[in-house]
Design a protein around this ligand. Structure first.
Ligand SMILES: Nc1nc2c(c(=O)[nH]1)N[C@H]1C(S)=C(S)[C@@H](COP(=O)(O)OP(=O)(O)OC[C@H]3O[C@@H](n4cnc5c(N)ncnc54)[C@H](O)[C@@H]3O)O[C@H]1N2
Ligand code: MOO
Length: 401
């Protein structure tokens, strides 16, 4: 059994980002940028007014002065003349500052009568003017590859005049549930069968991780059935199986796929739940074999499939963020497997969040997993902890799952 950290390194080390495609800006949110975005123009393109008022020469616009109004510069309609001595041009927020002007007299600080304006408050040079290129300059590098595009990034790319962006494809993830007892939700349920929750839960997890799930038909517990179904996965970026990972003679994934080009990298890791995890390659396709127990499948999905998706998507950072909390109950000493304990987090003002580990941790209990908001991590051979001690955890809400 290898440690979790080594297993994750081997998974990530075997993967590289999928190819790129070009998408229209409205489709770009959440996608991972594959090429840098540089400004195609300067923003603002010229000196503009930050306020509604009058563009003036600061030297003339002292309190009590009266200026002659010679025109207007609303946003989108620049005034093409020049502001001379004793003159002013009506201007609105976003309007280009006309030549000759070097300050803005606020509307609130001016009194207009006909074609003249009385200055009520002395104007400082440069006041209320946004200089050309204040936000960014043409050619300036704005966004680097490897980041998932936020709404703010999309706004920045739009302002920089990019109607299209080059992003990585969403990785395609084949999901294959195996087992004679497995039927899909809604199908007839012969005695001895159980409904496959894993395929759907994993498909949702793949979506949350930015991938495109392809749920394959359930493979029966026979070498032929498994090999047949798996052929359909040849064009996926990664194939994920659930079930058939353990030691029983019906646990077929490794043995049935070996004659079809499966090369195993590792099998079994020192964690709970999820010991019988499989990692390898089926021909060209990376294969992650998850254990059948529903909680084990999902916990391994969180620990290995989400980081794998991040790597395939081209994200720069692949690791799952850990946070700290204080355990609400005493925790026993651990054995040699790293534990991921289902738990509920409660925020406490001014202190570490409080986390309550559920008393029952059976790896078949989906209801408890759904009720959990964190997985508390217990390292191999960790010592017993009293209530109140600090622990590390994965907060499930942070992962969008
Ligand atoms: N003698 C041993 N037995 C087991 C060991 C072991 O080391 N020695 N490991 C146990 C552990 S830990 C786990 S986890 C399970 C994993 O076994 P498999 O990956 O081979 O899974 P199955 O045997 O196919 O199924 C286990 C369990 O999960 C249910 N299941 C399977 N697929 C689905 C699905 N798509 N949706 C919902 N539930 C599913 C299945 O009905 C079984 O109840 O092995 C232990 N045994
Ligand atoms: O991996 Mo098993 O997960 O301990 O039920």
């Amino acid at each position: 059994m290898i440690p979790v950290e080594e297993a994750l390194m081997r998974v990530l080390g075997a993967l590289s980002p999928v190819s790129a495609e070009t998408v229209a800006l409205p489709e770009a949110w959440g996608r991972v940028l594959a090429r840098p975005v540089a400004a195609r123009l300067s923003q603002p393109p010229a000196d503009v007014s930050a306020m509604d008022g009058y563009a003036v020469r600061a030297a003339d616009a002292t309190e009590g002065a009266r200026l002659a109004l010679i025109g207007a510069a609303p946003a989108g309609h620049p005034f093409e003349g020049e502001v001379g001595f004793g003159q002013a041009v009506r201007i609105f927020t976003g309007g280009f500052v006309p030549r000759g002007a070097d300050g803005i007299l606020l509307q609130e600080d001016a009194e207009r009568s006909g074609d003249s304006v009385l200055v009520r408050e002395t104007v400082r040079a440069g006041r209320w003017i946004r200089a050309a290129g204040l936000d960014f300059r043409e050619g300036e590098s704005l966004l680097q590859p490897g980041r998932a595009l936020s709404a703010r990034d999309v706004g920045l790319a739009a302002a920089a005049n990019h109607p299209w962006l080059t992003v990585h494809r969403r990785p395609t993830v084949g999901i294959l549930a195996t087992g004679d007892e497995i039927v899909l939700p809604g199908e007839p349920l012969p005695r001895g069968s159980i409904v496959s929750s894993n395929a759907h839960a994993l498909a949702a997890l793949v979506r949350a991780g930015g991938g495109q799930p392809v749920v394959l038909p359930v493979a029966r517990d026979s070498a032929e059935a498994l090999a047949d179904t798996v052929g359909a996965a040849a064009r996926c970026d990664i194939l994920v199986t659930s079930g058939g990972a353990s030691v029983g003679e019906h646990d077929l994934v490794r043995s049935a796929l070996a004659p079809h080009g499966f090369a195993q990298d590792f099998w079994r890791i020192a964690m709970r739940p999820g010991k019988p995890l499989i990692w390898g390659r089926l021909g060209e396709v990376p294969l992650l074999g998850l254990p059948g127990n529903p909680v084990s499948a999902l916990v391994c999905g969180i620990l290995f499939l989400l980081p794998a998706l991040r790597r395939l998507s081209g994200l720069e950072r692949c690791e799952t963020p850990l946070t700290r909390a204080a355990t609400a109950t005493a925790l026993p000493a651990n054995d040699g497997r790293q534990d991921y304990l289902r738990a509920r987090v409660e925020q406490v003002e001014g202190e570490l969040p409080r986390v309550e580990v559920f008393a029952r941790q059976d790896s078949s209990m989906l209801q408890l997993l759904a009720a959990a908001s964190a997985l508390v991590i217990r390292a191999p051979h960790a010592e017993a902890l009293p209530a109140g001690a600090e622990v590390r955890m994965i907060e499930l809400g942070n992962l969008g799952i």
